[in-house]
Ligand binder design. Structure first.
Ligand SMILES: [Zn+2]
Length: 183
């Protein structure tokens, strides 16, 4: 049966350490590597129903990076430079205390405020846990993890392989956060 996607899946690889000063050069390093291996193309993704597709189209060797690529729906890679929050979209998440692992419902505490403050100013606020009284960076509370970063590679309708995510981390020489979102 022919299936038309009515939701979009976006998987993002977020550099956890990149600064704004180095983001352009790091992005270029990854783009050159992926283009040279045919994983992406240096041209914009086009599609009959798409006005502004991702900046880099799916390449002939994209299967090296992704287990599955939805070819019914437009796909490709975009790059995000600048402070940005990568959340799970419509997929559910919970808050876990990183210290005692107690789980809080997403709406049980005000996790949005530190997210907003980081987005505005880059401040990394801490969340206090009512169970163990520890206080830890708000960034570590989200499960599945959210990505907070200056540089990210966003793949529309690609279902990435772990080894590819590891490869990007090696190219960047930084830890990365792998965020899966649905919209
Ligand atoms: Zn706790």
């Amino acid at each position: 049966m022919f299936h038309v996607a009515i939701t979009t899946c976006i998987e993002s690889i977020v550099d956890a350490h990149a600064t704004l000063d180095e983001a352009d050069a790091l992005a270029q390093r990854v783009i050159e590597n992926l283009c040279s291996r045919g994983i992406i193309l240096p041209t914009q993704q086009t599609h009959d129903y798409l006005e502004n597709g991702p900046r880099y189209a799916t390449g002939p060797n994209a299967h090296l990076a992704a287990d599955n690529i939805n070819d019914v729906f437009p796909c490709g890679m975009d790059i995000s430079i600048g402070r940005n929050v990568f959340d799970t979209g419509e997929l559910a998440f919970n808050l876990f205390c990183p210290n005692c692992k107690h789980q809080f419902a997403a709406d049980a505490m005000n996790g949005e405020e530190p997210v907003g403050r980081w987005y505005e100013s880059g401040d990394v606020n801490r969340l206090g846990c009512s169970e163990c009284s520890s206080s830890t960076s708000f960034m570590d509370w989200f499960h599945p993890p959210f990505g907070f970063g200056i540089l990210a590679f966003c793949f529309s309708e690609w279902f990435l392989k772990q080894e590819f995510v590891d490869h990007i981390s090696e190219l960047l020489e930084h830890p990365v956060i792998w965020v899966k979102a649905q919209y």
